[in-house]
Ligand binder design. Structure first.
Ligand code: ZN
Length: 330
């Protein structure tokens, strides 16, 4: 067994080490780094790599990384875990989706694998991609609804069997697996192009940041990652699985007009709806109806915007067109 190195962190078998992937310096002189935790098992096995805060307003994944880190004992592991608690540090510091220091490549989740000589965030994506491709066997990108929305437990994956297996390994809380809408530009796309597996998992966002809700999001995400580690036998224990999974594609419903977005009070996420069912009304400042938002096809809502004030073109509703049911891929 050899040591495992990612950036400045080099972990001997059976140990954990913290470090960074250095990117560059910022104008004030401080470094732009990617913090990492390398947990290297005593026995050989796959490397599960977890990325949090690709978007700076989605800190649920950071909490999930902290919980996973606290639960793992490298001496008892077969394989390794790399945790990136905050991938996009300037975006995290600003609590914004993208890095405010870089308006040319603002959205980190659209520019992978990045560029060694590109814009600031492209360089960050490049450094991250190089290590990810080299070290990871499986990658989990954690996202949430961020400042704009709440998203319920949803996985985006490519449709090949091994990616579906990784998605199903998230365990019994994760019953909705949608076809990845980012065939290029994201860390899971880098994994796919390298012949490996990566998935995007979504949970949380601004409407779920009360103490109990935020804690629940962190724990459900961490439980899913621990289940993945059990599934691939990195740690001991019996994994759980959902009985069946809904599969389909995302429709991001954007506001057709500006106004006050009034979702149906009885609306629930991941409950089947029929085409034409009422999702929300948008009214003007006087309370007069401007438009109704209805289910575009049979399916289910898996996320809703956070603020009722809405502007034309804003994200309103994350809707899953259900195309079938999946059984276990393994
Ligand atoms: Zn995101």
């Amino acid at each position: 067994m050899q040591s495992l190195t990612v950036g400045t962190a080099s972990a001997e078998p059976g140990t954990r080490v913290r470090g960074v992937i250095p990117v560059t310096n910022l104008p004030g002189g401080r470094p732009l780094d990617i913090p990492i935790i390398v947990i290297h098992g005593a026995q050989p096995g796959p490397c599960v790599w977890v990325d949090a805060v690709i978007h700076g307003d989605e800190p649920e994944g950071t909490l999930a990384c902290h919980i996973v880190d606290s639960r793992l004992d490298p001496a008892a592991m077969r394989g390794s875990v790399v945790l990136v608690p905050v991938l996009n540090v300037p975006a995290y510091e600003a609590a914004q989706r993208g890095n405010p220091l870089d308006t040319f490549s603002y959205d980190l989740n659209r520019i992978y694998p990045g560029k060694a000589d590109g814009y600031l965030t492209e360089r960050l994506a490049h450094k991250h991609s190089v290590w990810l491709r080299e070290v990871a066997t499986y990658e989990i990108s954690i996202h949430s609804g961020g400042a704009h929305s709440y998203l319920s437990e949803t996985i985006f994956a490519t449709t090949d069997e091994k990616a579906i297996e990784l998605a199903q390994a998230m365990g019994r809380d994760w019953k909705l697996i949608l076809k990845s809408f980012l065939p290029k530009g994201s860390p899971p796309a880098v994994m796919y192009e390298a012949g490996k597996q990566g998935i995007t998992v979504e949970l949380g966002g601004r409407p779920a940041t009360s103490p109990a809700d935020f804690d629940r999001c962190g724990r459900v995400l961490a439980d899913g990652i621990m289940n993945v580690l059990r599934h691939y036998k990195v740690i001991d224990g019996a994994p759980t699985y959902a009985d069946t999974w809904h599969t389909g594609v995302q429709h991001a419903l954007l506001a057709p007009v500006s106004g006050l977005f009034l979702a149906e009070p009885r609306l629930q996420v991941q409950v089947p709806m029929k085409q034409g069912d009422l999702i929300a009304r948008i009214v003007d400042v006087y309370g007069d109806l401007l438009t109704e938002l209805r289910a575009p096809v049979d399916g289910m809502i898996f996320g809703l915007r956070a603020l009722p004030n809405v502007q034309t073109g804003d994200w309103c509703c994350f809707y899953a067109e259900i195309q079938g049911e999946l059984s276990r891929a393994f």
